[in-house]
Design a protein around this ligand. Structure first.
Ligand SMILES: *Cc1c(COP(=O)(O)O)cnc(C)c1O
Length: 390
C-alpha cells in the first residue's frame, strides 16, 4: 500500500531523465513531452544553461530567508518589471501563493479606500489554485465540493461577459478587483477576445478596480508574448506568475503596478522560501534563454505548425469541435469526454493532458523544434481519429 495521500490519478509510468522535448521512463522508453509538467518545463529537460546555473548556485548558497537582502531576487524583479512594465514584485513558490498574494493585495487596497467587505469578481471555469482563497476564486464546483465553508468575498460571472460585470458594478459598491486568466488553462484553453479585454480595462478604470491577470499558465513566453495580456496591450494592475518561470524550479510571483503598487509594508505579507537564491537564479536563466534563443517567436511558429497540422489531419473528422490557442498553449475540443486519450497517447510515446473533460491540452516546452511539432501532430492525429471512430 502506498503511503502517499491519494490526491492524484497518476499514469502508470515514472521517468528517469529527459533531454530537450523528450523524456525517458524506467524501461528506457522515450516519450515526446507535449505537456512540460503542466506548462512548467519552459526550456525542456536537461537544458545545459539551466543545469549549469542551478549547479553553480547550489555551490554558492541555496537559501538565506527574506530577513536578508537577496541580490538575485532584486535582479529578477528588475527583469520582470522591465519585461512587463509592472512596478514591483513579491516572490513566492507556486501559482496559488501568487494568487493568494494578489487577493490579499486587492483586499488591502479596498480597505485603504474604506471598503469594509471587499469583493473580487471572478469567472466561471476559472482556475486559480487549491488553497482556500484560491479554491474559492476557482470556478469549478467539483474541486470546491466538501471544502465549505469557502472564503467569502467573491462574485462570479460567465467568462468574457462584460454585461454581467457592468451589472454587478451597479449594485455592489464593495467590488475592488476583477481577477481572471486572459487565456483559461484548466478551463479548456478559452481565449478572451481583445474587445472584451479593452472593455474590461475600461470598466476597471471607471470604478478604480484592480485588474488582476492570473498568468500562471499562459505567462513567461508561452503564447508568443512574455505575458498573455501583451497580445492586446491591455495592462493589468496585478499579475501573477509561477509554472514556467523557473523551468522546473518552484517559484511564483505577484507583480503590482500603479494604484496596486506601494501598498504592502513590512509585516503585511511574506514567505520563508519565497524568492530564494536558487529559485531566482533559475528564473533569471529561464528569461535569459527565452530571449537569447528566440523562444517566443519559436512558440508562435511551432504552435502554428501544430494547430494547422492538426486542422489538416483532422479535417472533416466528426467530433472535432475546435482547435484553438495561442503559441504553445493549445486546445483541441472534442464533442465528448476524452480522458481516455491520455493513456492511449502514453502508449504511443506522447505526453498530453485532457482538461475540462473534452479538451485535449498541449503545453510543450518552448524549445520544441519544427520537426518535433510535426512528430507531435503525426502521433496525436491518428489517436484522435481512432478515438472518435469508436
Ligand atoms: C496551475 C495554475 C494555478 C495554481 O498553481 P499551483 O502552482 O499549482 O498552485 C493558478 N492559476 C492558474 C491559471 C494555473 O494554471
Amino acid at each position: 500500500m502506498s503511503h502517499l495521500m491519494n490526491t492524484y490519478a497518476r499514469q502508470p509510468v515514472a521517468f528517469t531523465h529527459g533531454e530537450g522535448a523528450w523524456i525517458y521512463d524506467e524501461a528506457g522508453r522515450r516519450y515526446l513531452d507535449a505537456l512540460s509538467g503542466i506548462a512548467v518545463s519552459t526550456l525542456g529537460h536537461n537544458h545545459p544553461r539551466l543545469v549549469r546555473t542551478i549547479a553553480e548556485q547550489a555551490g554558492r548558497v541555496l537559501h538565506t530567508s527574506n530577513l536578508y537582502c537577496i541580490p538575485l531576487q532584486e535582479r529578477l524583479a528588475d527583469r520582470l518589471a522591465a519585461l512587463s512594465g509592472m512596478d514591483e514584485v513579491f516572490f513566492c513558490n507556486s501559482g496559488c501563493e501568487a494568487n493568494e498574494a494578489a487577493i490579499k493585495l486587492a483586499r488591502f487596497y479596498g480597505h485603504r479606500k474604506g471598503i469594509e467587505l471587499p469583493t473580487v469578481i471572478v469567472m466561471e471555469n476559472a482556475f486559480h489554485g487549491r488553497t482556500l482563497a484560491t479554491l474559492s476564486a476557482t470556478g469549478n464546483r467539483k474541486s470546491q465540493a466538501g471544502f465549505e465553508p469557502l472564503v467569502s468575498g467573491f462574485v462570479r460571472v460567465p467568462y468574457k461577459d462584460i454585461g454581467a460585470i457592468r451589472a454587478i458594478a451597479e449594485h455592489n459598491h464593495g467590488v475592488v478587483a476583477v481577477m481572471l486568466e486572459m487565456i483559461q488553462g484548466e478551463g479548456g484553453i478559452n481565449v478572451a477576445d481583445e474587445d472584451f479585454q479593452r472593455e474590461l480595462r475600461e470598466v476597471c478604470d471607471q470604478h478604480e478596480w484592480l485588474l488582476i491577470c492570473d498568468e500562471v499558465q499562459c505567462g513567461v513566453g508561452r503564447t508568443g508574448h512574455w505575458f498573455g495580456w501583451q497580445q492586446s496591450g491591455v495592462k493589468p494592475d496585478v499579475m501573477t506568475l509561477a509554472k514556467g518561470l523557473g523551468s522546473g524550479v518552484p517559484i511564483g510571483a505577484c507583480l503590482a503596478a500603479g494604484r496596486a503598487a506601494g501598498l504592502f509594508g513590512p509585516g503585511n505579507h511574506g514567505s520563508t522560501f519565497g524568492g530564494n537564491p536558487l529559485a531566482c537564479a533559475a528564473g533569471l536563466t529561464t528569461l535569459e534563454v527565452i530571449e537569447s534563443d528566440g523562444l517566443m517567436s519559436n512558440a508562435l511558429k511551432v504552435g502554428e505548425t501544430i494547430r494547422s497540422g492538426l486542422r489538416e489531419a483532422l479535417a472533416g473528422v466528426d467530433g472535432v469541435v475546435d482547435i484553438r490557442g495561442r503559441g504553445l498553449m493549445i486546445g483541441v475540443e472534442l464533442d465528448r469526454p476524452c480522458g481516455a486519450l491520455v493513456g492511449k497517447a502514453l502508449e504511443a510515446g506522447l505526453l498530453i493532458n485532457v482538461t475540462a473533460e473534452r479538451v485535449i491540452r498541449l503545453l510543450p516546452p518552448l524549445i520544441l523544434s519544427e520537426a518535433e511539432a510535426q512528430t507531435l501532430v503525426g502521433l496525436l492525429a491518428p489517436l484522435v481519429r481512432d478515438f472518435l471512430a469508436q
